[in-house]
Design a protein around this ligand. Structure first.
Ligand SMILES: [Zn+2]
Length: 309
């Protein structure tokens, strides 16, 4: 079934690029509402931006969505991943800035707040997107695909010529809330020389060792090191989960990305929805964000329905 939050959550944090304090409230929303952003600081034009793949307007440094009036909101991917990972279908996100607060560079602050607020099960089934036929996209030596499968599986691979990263591959199937411990805490990362370049361009003003893993030419600079040995690829998979959530529902199938990033994943979704025979909507009872007890109850309900029909 679809789910929303039991109560409103207020976040306050720094914007990665502006370096300014951002206020953001996440409100419960009715069934079939989806995830929608509203820019409360924009009052002279349409300030509503649906979190959909076809509203993505920029993917260079983060995922930015926008509407026809030119209202935008960026750095949505870690929040979107938290919604997907916790199985939240419907929410209204009110924000007073063009970027979602970066928090600690991962999804963990969002997940913790969602768990504290509690989730409300709604009366309508969740509408998932089942992959029927493989679609793939290639660009500049990067590759991503979606292929049929019975669960929501994400596979990512990166290969960085850096002693702390190297080649990393990671696979996860979203089930029973495992996003919380396997993915949510993995932080974004960047290289010191890139951060310095962005700063000179007036970007990454809020970027620090408090909200990213930062590497110099040979090592990780964060005092406490990494949260996972392969935190880099786990974060790339987190981004892919957040970016594919812009499909408008969970994907039943396997996502695989090599040298994956925001642009590649968005191009892949656009390719998917161009091919009507490659996917179909399906009422889903698989729940990425469920705890085990809840999914057992749901499985019983599904079996019961099957037996009684
Ligand atoms: Zn990220």
């Amino acid at each position: 079934m679809q789910r929303t939050l039991k109560q409103t959550i207020n976040f306050e944090g720094i914007g990665l690029h502006s370096g300014k304090i951002v206020k953001m409230s996440v409100y419960p929303a009715m069934a079939d509402h989806g995830i929608v952003f509203v820019r409360s600081d924009i009052t002279d034009k349409n300030n509503v931006i649906p979190a959909k793949y076809d509203h993505v307007v920029d993917t260079k440094l983060c995922t930015v969505i926008g509407n026809d009036a030119g209202a935008i909101v960026g750095t949505i991917e870690h929040l979107m991943a938290a919604f997907a990972g916790c199985g939240i279908d419907n929410a209204l996100v009110e924000i007073d800035s063009p970027e979602v607060p970066v928090m600690d560079g991962s999804s963990s602050a969002f997940v913790e707040a969602f768990d504290d607020a509690g989730l409300e099960i709604q009366e309508k089934p969740r509408r998932a997107i089942r992959i029927l036929k493989e679609v793939s996209i290639e660009k500049d030596g990067k590759r991503a695909s979606l292929r049929p499968g019975n669960l929501s599986t994400f596979i990512g691979e990166i290969d960085f010529d850096h002693p702390s990263i190297g080649k990393q591959r990671y696979e996860v199937t979203l089930l029973n809330g495992n996003f919380r411990h396997d993915i949510a805490e993995a932080r974004t990362f960047g290289f010191k020389h890139e951060v310095e370049m962005l700063r000179q361009m007036g970007l990454a003003q809020g970027g620090s060792l408090d909200n990213a893993i930062v590497l110099d030419e040979t090592k990780v600079l964060n005092k406490d090191g990494l949260r996972f040995e392969n935190e880099f690829i786990r974060h790339k998979v987190l981004d892919a989960i957040g970016d594919t959530a812009l499909a408008g529902g969970p994907i039943i199938g396997t996502y695989e990305g090599e040298k994956l990033g925001h642009e590649l994943t968005n191009l892949l979704l656009r390719e998917l929805f161009k091919n009507d025979d490659a996917w179909t909507y399906e009422d889903s009872y698989i729940d990425a964000g469920n705890d085990t007890a809840l999914s057992i109850v749901q499985n019983r309900a599904v079996k019961h329905l099957a037996m009684s029909s």
